[in-house]
Write a protein that binds this ligand. Structure first.
Ligand SMILES: [Fe+2]
Ligand SMILES: [Fe+2]
Length: 195
């Protein structure tokens, strides 16, 4: 099991997440005129403190941390593939939000935006369905996937760990138990609450 320190999350942000998110955000800006839902996604990324880029970043870093802890014995190629998919899902998972409330349709909207943007952000056909599944199910109950999809489970767990930004702890029954989320709970809290 890895050591769950806030510094590790910060390193992941600087080295793995921020450069990709910069590139993808640029692509979204370029395409916003041709897809109406991209306008909203962009507004969310730039203006929302709850569901914008800072949240996407924490979800990406926490998801990566869990995926690496869980996959220490996994072949490198497979790990790279899973990490690539996870970062894409983290970036797009809340891009379909219309408001900061429950917004029950935002996962499907986010999936649509992702599918539209897939070519523009260089997603190969082998990755599209996995990323789409993770976006579509990020707010679903764990029973929906029954732990079958690792990327989707990482995104859902990371999203719930980042409820710390609302000063809420994740509900254990809503977490995918096959991932080491408890090890990252304290670091997630510290990062999201700034203390
Ligand atoms: Fe969401
Ligand atoms: Fe989210």
């Amino acid at each position: 099991m890895g050591s769950a320190e806030p510094d590790i999350l910060k390193q992941l942000e600087i080295q793995e997440v921020a450069p990709r998110f910069d590139r993808w955000l640029e692509a979204v800006v370029t395409h916003r005129a041709v897809h109406p839902e991209l306008w909203r996604g962009l507004r969310c990324a730039e203006q929302s403190s709850l569901h914008g880029r800072r949240h996407w970043t924490r979800v990406a870093c926490l998801g990566l941390a869990m995926l690496r802890d869980e996959g220490v014995c996994r072949p490198r190629e497979e790990q790279f593939m899973l990490e690539r998919r996870l970062l894409l899902a983290a970036f797009f998972h809340d891009i379909g939000r219309l408001d900061e409330g429950r917004d029950t349709g935002h996962a499907e909207r986010g999936e649509r935006v992702f599918r539209f943007m897939a070519l523009a952000v260089f997603v190969g056909p082998e990755d599209i369905e996995s990323v789409a599944l993770a976006i579509r199910n990020h707010a679903s109950d764990p029973a929906v996937l029954r732990g079958a999809d690792l990327v989707a489970a990482c995104i859902a767990n990371a999203d719930r760990l980042d409820r710390a930004r609302l000063y809420e702890h994740p509900m254990p029954e809503r977490m995918y138990p096959e991932l080491p989320w408890r090890e990252w709970e304290e670091a997630a809290w510290e990062w999201a609450t700034g203390g």
